[in-house]
Write a protein that binds this ligand. Structure first.
Ligand code: SF4
Ligand code: SF4
Length: 295
């Protein structure tokens, strides 16, 4: 309970809930969305990423570890030999190597996020737990959220909803706002896109709504995957009184470079980002259900 794995902290975040926030990205996710923009947060283990476009082929990493070889201007990284010690990443002069995953304690992370407490107070902001799926580490999140509430900080939890009911029960009392992702209404479409069905996700959404928690819905719009899902999603959301607003987020390709860096296959191929017309038509579809849609 006392420690968790995170990849990053984003300070001065303005899209993860009200005001100025610090967002904590937890490592590890219960879904594996094909379009994931943060693939460094999918695995629960630490990972070394090698960004070939940044590498200057200086050879320093190869002098430190046999997992790297640099010969004739070619760098090779043998992932099987890496034990994620992070030494090469510390030494690399070009930031071509990065170790994702750092273990934090509740108190240590609390102190880190509280460095920006004056900004939260001035802007009616706060702290957002995200990921990956932060609620895959529920005991830690509950302890951190409780401390934040005791300090008077607004808290948000960004979740994909594929989490145990216990995780929600443990954290709900200390969570002011849920940022809840809905990717598809059809179980089959959801399974194809994320590797999981969505029964638990929709049940958990109804549970939070019945609990009276404030919920902001996020729908990633991904051409070829879920544009036909919006009418059914809209109908579902219109029955949930605690859904305060809905945002449609555009799939983009800017994260594609992270896939080879992590030794992952990018399954999205040439899938284009949605056009402005597709985005506004998606938003209009949702508005027809009486939902407050925000950009
Ligand atoms: S230390 Fe960094 S820049 Fe130098 S060869 Fe290794 S990865 Fe490339
Ligand atoms: S993280 Fe450690 S084990 Fe992995 S390649 Fe770098 S130096 Fe070698």
């Amino acid at each position: 309970v006392e420690t968790a794995w995170i990849t990053d902290l984003k300070r001065f975040a303005v899209h993860d809930g009200p005001g100025i926030r610090t967002t904590v990205f937890f490592k590890g996710c219960s879904l594996a969305c094909r379009w994931c923009h943060n693939p460094e947060n999918i695995s629960f283990s630490r990972e070394l990423a090698y960004f070939s476009h940044k590498c200057r082929h200086c050879g320093l990493c190869a002098t430190l570890c046999q997992a790297h070889t640099v010969e004739e201007g070619q760098h090779r990284f043998d992932r099987r030999l890496c034990v994620q010690c992070g030494r090469c990443a510390e030494a690399c002069p070009a930031e071509a190597l990065r170790l994702y995953g750092r273990e934090v304690t509740v108190d240590g992370l609390f102190d880190e996020v509280m460095e920006d407490a004056p900004f939260y107070a001035q802007s009616s902001g706060g702290v957002t737990l995200s990921g990956g799926e932060c609620l895959c580490q529920p005991d830690f999140c509950a302890a951190l959220l409780k401390k934040l509430k005791e300090a008077g900080v607004h808290t948000a939890v960004d979740t994909c909803g594929q989490v145990s009911r216990r995780a929600l029960e443990e954290t709900a009392a200390f969570t002011d706002l849920y940022l809840y992702d809905i990717k598809a209404f059809s179980e089959e479409v959801h399974h194809r896109a994320t590797g999981h069905g969505n029964r638990q996700i929709l049940e958990n959404l109804r549970y939070l709504d019945a609990l009276g928690k404030a919920i902001e819905i996020r729908i990633p719009l991904v051409p070829g995957y879920n544009e036909d899902q919006l009418p059914e999603i809209g109908a579902l959301l219109s029955q949930l009184p605690r859904v305060t607003c809905v945002r449609v987020l555009a799939y983009h390709r800017y994260a594609a470079y992270k896939y080879p860096a992590l030794g992952r296959e990018n399954l999205m191929g040439e899938t284009p980002a949605p056009t402005e017309e597709q985005l506004s038509s998606a938003r209009q579809t949702l508005e027809r259900f009486g939902l407050r849609v925000e950009e």
